[in-house]
Ligand binder design. Structure first.
Ligand code: CP
Length: 309
């Protein structure tokens, strides 16, 4: 199977074979990070620009590490001190980065659709590192990669995604990716945090966390995005923890070896208790490590895709 896309904008756009190609490419890149000299020459001579309009720790550092492990040159644009502050548009900023002969822009933006918009105006590759509420494809790919590494397959698994589904690009990308690979997905949250008609994505909805955990092979626990609660309508932190928080007590009725995931950043004592976050079922830090291999795969494949378009 050959990769033919110059960009990675979301998992909605990809078919099962393309998702599996990214995962298998990531598997072969994972070994690089175990070497004494953690580098391969795959992107030597290429330039990757991280253009982040929103705060990020994991995704930004992970893309930088991934690009450097592929021997690319990496430039991080600090949007706060860039000409964005003088009113330059996203498209003009992108065009100027292209004129500076960069090869790949990794974009995080607070507006849904920004990565698609930028990609339409540029010949160089655009990788979506999270756009508004829309998609966060590399987060979902690293979640799926970690789950497959742990359980050996995705098809037929029961995955529960709990938390702020309505505002979550991580949920949306996971739903696209997991369902295309044959997993059964349940989303669980207070009613106000579930978008209407989400069942049309081929998933089930539960408003009861104990029911949603009962048959789950994995629970992916999302961050409560209190900063998006403009109408002050979200449940309060303690109330949320009491009704939806993942605790040792709650997990007593779940499968003994249930996989616990969280994309980060984690609000301890809100989405889950610390003993669960740091406990034996948690793969939270393995997700972060696997993000390097997944992003190496994505950067490598989109650079191959440039030659096909
Ligand atoms: N998971 C995730 O996107 O984390 P950051 O916001 O720190 O990049």
């Amino acid at each position: 199977m050959l990769w033919t896309h110059k960009d990675l904008l979301g998992l909605e756009d990809l078919n099962k074979d393309e998702i599996e190609l990214i995962l298998s490419t990531a598997e072969s890149f994972k070994e690089v990070s175990t070497r004494e000299i953690k580098k391969v020459p795959a992107l030597r001579g290429k330039t990757v620009v991280n253009l982040f309009y929103e705060p990020s720790t994991r995704t930004r550092v992970s893309f930088e590490v991934a690009a450097k492990r592929l021997s690319a040159d990496v430039i991080n644009v600090a949007v706060e001190t860039s000409s964005v502050k003088k009113g330059e548009t996203l498209i003009d900023t992108g065009r100027n980065i292209q004129a500076l002969k960069a090869d790949i822009i990794v974009l995080r933006h607070n507006r849904s659709g920004s990565a698609v918009l930028l990609s339409r105006h540029l010949d160089i590759s655009v990788v979506n590192a999270g756009d508004g509420w829309h998609e966060h494809p590399t987060q979902a790919l690293l979640d799926i990669f970690t789950l497959k590494e742990k359980l050996g397959r995705i098809a037929g698994l029961n995955v529960t995604i709990v938390g702020d589904i309505a505002h979550s690009r991580v949920a949306r990308s996971n739903i696209w990716g997991l369902t295309k690979l044959g997993a059964k997905v349940i989303v669980c949250a207070p009613k106000m945090l579930i978008p209407p008609d989400i069942e049309q994505m081929g998933i089930s909805v539960s408003y009861n966390i104990d029911d949603a955990l009962k048959n789950a092979d994995c629970v992916n626990v999302l961050r409560m995005q209190f900063e998006r609660d403009e109408e002050n309508a979200f449940p309060k932190q303690l109330e949320y923890f009491k009704n939806f928080g993942i605790t040792k007590e709650r997990l007593r009725n779940a499968k003994k070896d249930i996989i616990i995931m969280h994309p980060g950043p984690l609000n301890r004592g809100v989405e889950m208790s610390s003993d669960v976050a740091d406990g034996e079922n948690s793969v939270i830090l393995e997700q972060v490590t696997n993000g390097i291999a997944v992003r190496m795969a994505v950067l490598f494949l989109v650079s191959q895709g440039q030659m096909k378009t």
